[in-house]
Design a protein around this ligand. Structure first.
Ligand SMILES: [Zn+2]
Length: 242
């Protein structure tokens, strides 16, 4: 049997805490957050009972520190550069005993990822869900504005993470945009939106379709060429799985 080591921790009294809980971050280590009036003599036992979880999280921090990458080989982002919607977010990670992982906006440009953060897959999924909400909030109105300015109409828009298409338009006028557009330069996002809007008038890639696109985006040919290489704008942690 290996000797059982003491687990270092700090105790923090929180006015808002309703019950005691453990929190871990690579920077601060283990913090026991307790409500006001909590009997601190209970803390060592509480920490000991959670030893397995604490060591698991510590090991994952250590692995990341050594390799700089996560278990999946793609580092989770500390920054999200969302050129497509003109935003840039810092991402902080904090381990907390809870089911799953949640993502919250804690200020105008800081996201907090909390929960089972040693599970990369859960973090990736939670970030993806947040990106989807953000994209719907910003890209959808952008498409509506473009349509209004140029006199297009479409029935609805959906934003989905897709592997091989940047956008599509159905015969019913439903436009679908790839979530990955959020990482692309704004001019390319605009091009894709115009391209799909023009499909509401021409359901093909005929000469008439392209001349329609050219009316709204004179550089459409260059933008269309750039789209072939636009996958490089999508960060690895996000691109790897669809
Ligand atoms: Zn097309």
């Amino acid at each position: 049997m290996r000797p059982v080591s003491e687990i270092p921790y700090q105790v923090r009294v929180s006015r808002r805490a309703k019950y005691a809980r453990l929190r871990m971050s690579p920077h601060d280590g283990l913090i026991v957050v307790v409500p006001k009036g909590f009997d601190v003599r209970k803390v060592p036992g509480m920490v000991e009972s959670r030893r397995e979880w604490i060591e698991k999280v510590q090991n994952s921090f250590e692995r990341k520190r050594v390799s700089g990458v996560s278990d999946t080989g793609q580092a989770l982002p500390s920054k999200l550069e969302l050129s497509g919607i003109g935003e840039s977010w810092c991402v902080t990670y904090r381990s907390q005993e809870s089911k799953g992982v949640s993502v919250r906006e804690i200020s105008a440009d800081v996201l907090a990822v909390t929960g089972q953060i040693h599970d990369d897959e859960l973090c990736r999924k939670a970030l993806e869900m947040w990106l989807k909400r953000r994209a719907a909030f910003k890209l959808s109105p952008q498409l509506e504005r473009l349509a209004a300015i140029h006199g297009f109409s479409f029935s609805s828009v959906s934003i989905r993470k897709q592997r091989s298409r940047w956008g599509s338009c159905s015969s019913r006028g439903t436009i679908s945009l790839n979530l990955k557009l959020i990482f692309l330069p704004p001019l390319l996002v605009r091009y894709i939106m115009l391209h799909e809007l023009c499909h509401t008038r021409h359901m093909n890639h005929s000469a008439r379709f392209w001349s329609e696109v050219g009316r709204f985006d004179p550089d459409y040919a260059a933008h269309d060429r750039e789209m072939r290489h636009a996958w490089r704008f999508v960060p690895g942690w996000f691109a790897s799985k669809s």
